[in-house]
Design a protein around this ligand. Structure first.
Ligand SMILES: C[S@@+](CC[C@H](N)C(=O)[O-])C[C@H]1O[C@@H](n2cnc3c(N)ncnc32)[C@H](O)[C@@H]1O
Length: 384
C-alpha cells in the first residue's frame, strides 16, 4: 500500500468518524466546499394502469432514482431557463424522464442496443401507437410454441424455464413480422425486455443464474406507458459517449458513467443478445457472447483519459456528474476507476466546481467498516 493510499484511508476514516460524532475536523475530504443536504429518498410514482408498465418498473444496476431529488435540488439552485438536457450514459433513462416535458429537448444516449431500444420506445416515440400496441401485445402473449429454438437451447433450464425460453425467442421472431415500423418494433422489444427481467432466474443481472430454477411463472408482456406529447423535441442515440459529445450541444450535461471495472455489457449480455437477434455463439456457464464491441473505456485503466476527453469536448452550460466514492476494497473490481482529485482537476478546467452530498445515507450500517458511500454529485458551471 502506498503512503498516499494510507493517508487517504486515514483521512476518510477520520472524516467518517467526525461526521458520525457530529464534529468536523475539516470541512471536506475533497478540499472543496461540500453542500450537504438532508432530505429523504425520492419515490418514483408507482401508480400504473393494469397490464401497463412505466420506465422505472425494472430491476437494474446503478440506476439513479434515489439521486433524483439531489439532481432536482441542484437544477433548481443552479440551472435556470433550461431548454435542453443531455443524459449521455442513460441506461434506464429514469433521470431524463424526470425532466421530459414538451418544452425541453432531451438528448438520451447509451451504447448498449437493449438500452437504446427502450430509450427510443419511451423517449423517442411521438406518434400514439397505443391501440395497435395493445392488439399486438395481446397476440404475442397468446403465442404458443413447443419447438426448441436459439434461446431455449442456450438459456433454457438456466436463466429461464424451458417453456419461457421457447416463448421468449418465438415472440422475438414474431415481432420482426408484425411490427409495421421501427417505432413499433422498439416498443414491442422494450415490452419483451421488461417482461424477460420479471421471469429471469437471476438476482437482477445476467452475470450468473441462480442454482434453483424457481422463476417459473409464464412470461407476460405488458404495455409501456409512454408520454408521446413530451417527446417531440427529443433525440436518442446509440453511440460511444466520447464520439457523441463532439456532435451535440445542450444546456445541462448529466454524466453517469460506470465507475468500476464491471462492464454493463457483461452484466446484460443476454438482453443485448435478445434485442439484436443475431444468434451469436455463447460460451461458458454464464452463456455470454463476444462482447468486445461493448467494452466501456470507463471500466478500464484509461477511464481518467476518457473522462478528460469527454469534459474537454463538452459543449454545454452546466455539468452534473454522478460518481461513486467507493472505498479501497479488497476486490479491485469494485474500486472506482477515476480518483476524486482527478475529477476535480478535470472539471476545474471548465471552471467552478461544487460538490453536493446527501446527509441521508452518508453512512451505511453494512458489514464493512469501510463502506461509507455518500450519494453525491459534482456540479460544474461551464464558462470556458
Ligand atoms: C451507471 S449506468 C447509468 C445509469 C442511469 N443514470 C440510470 O439511472 O439508469 C452507465 C451506463 O452507461 C453506459 N455506457 C458505458 N460506457 C459507455 C460509453 N462509452 N458510451 C455510451 N454509453 C456507455 C452503460 O451501458 C450503462 O447503461
Amino acid at each position: 500500500m502506498t503512503v498516499d493510499t494510507t493517508t487517504t484511508i486515514v483521512k476518510k476514516w477520520i472524516t467518517k468518524m467526525s461526521l458520525f460524532c457530529g464534529i468536523q475536523f475539516w470541512d471536506s475530504p475533497y478540499r472543496l466546499d461540500i453542500t450537504r443536504i438532508n432530505q429523504s429518498c425520492y419515490y418514483l410514482p408507482q401508480n400504473k394502469k393494469e397490464n401497463h408498465f412505466k420506465i422505472h418498473n425494472r430491476r437494474y444496476l446503478g440506476n439513479k432514482h434515489k439521486l433524483l431529488w439531489l439532481i432536482e435540488h441542484i437544477m433548481a439552485e443552479k440551472c435556470w431557463n433550461i431548454e435542453s438536457f443531455c443524459d449521455i450514459f442513460a441506461w434506464t433513462g429514469v433521470v431524463w424522464e424526470n425532466f421530459n416535458t414538451e418544452n425541453i429537448k432531451i438528448i438520451s444516449n447509451d451504447f448498449l442496443h437493449s438500452n437504446y431500444t427502450c430509450l427510443s420506445a419511451f423517449l423517442g416515440t411521438t406518434k400514439d401507437y397505443t391501440d395497435k400496441i395493445i392488439q399486438k401485445i395481446d397476440y404475442l402473449n397468446s403465442l404458443e410454441t413447443k419447438e426448441d429454438n436459439y434461446f431455449s437451447k442456450h438459456f433454457g433450464n438456466a436463466y429461464f424455464s424451458i417453456e419461457n425460453a421457447k416463448k421468449i425467442w418465438a415472440i422475438r421472431e414474431e415481432i420482426e413480422k408484425i411490427a409495421e415500423n421501427e417505432k413499433e418494433k422498439n416498443i414491442l422489444i422494450c415490452s419483451l425486455l421488461y417482461a424477460v427481467d420479471k421471469v429471469a432466474n437471476t438476482v437482477g443481472h445476467y452475470d450468473a443464474f441462480r442454482k434453483t430454477l424457481d422463476s417459473v411463472h409464464p412470461i407476460k408482456l405488458q404495455i409501456p406507458e409512454i408520454n408521446y406529447n413530451n417527446n417531440i423535441k427529443n433525440n436518442i442515440y446509440k453511440e460511444d459517449a466520447n464520439l457523441l459529445i463532439r456532435k451535440i450541444s445542450c444546456d445541462v450535461l448529466y454524466i453517469d458513467p460506470p465507475y468500476n471495472s464491471r462492464q454493463y455489457g457483461d452484466a446484460y449480455h443476454l438482453l443485448e443478445n435478445l434485442s439484436e437477434r443475431k444468434k451469436p455463439n455463447v460460451i461458458w456457464v454464464a452463456k455470454k457472447m463476444d462482447r468486445s464491441h461493448i467494452k466501456s473505456a470507463y471500466c478500464l485503466k484509461n477511464a481518467t483519459q476518457a473522462f478528460e476527453d469527454l469534459i474537454r469536448n463538452a459543449n454545454c452550460k452546466h455539468i452534473l456528474l454522478s460518481y461513486n466514492n467507493t472505498w479501497i476494497s479488497k476486490d479491485d473490481r469494485s474500486n472506482a476507476r477515476i480518483k476524486d482529485e482527478d475529477i476535480i482537476r478535470i472539471l476545474k478546467n471548465r471552471w467552478d466546481v461544487e460538490i453536493f452530498e446527501s446527509d441521508y445515507k452518508a453512512f451505511s450500517t453494512g458489514k464493512s467498516n469501510w463502506d461509507w458511500n455518500a450519494e453525491r454529485i459534482f456540479y460544474c458551471k461551464v464558462t470556458k
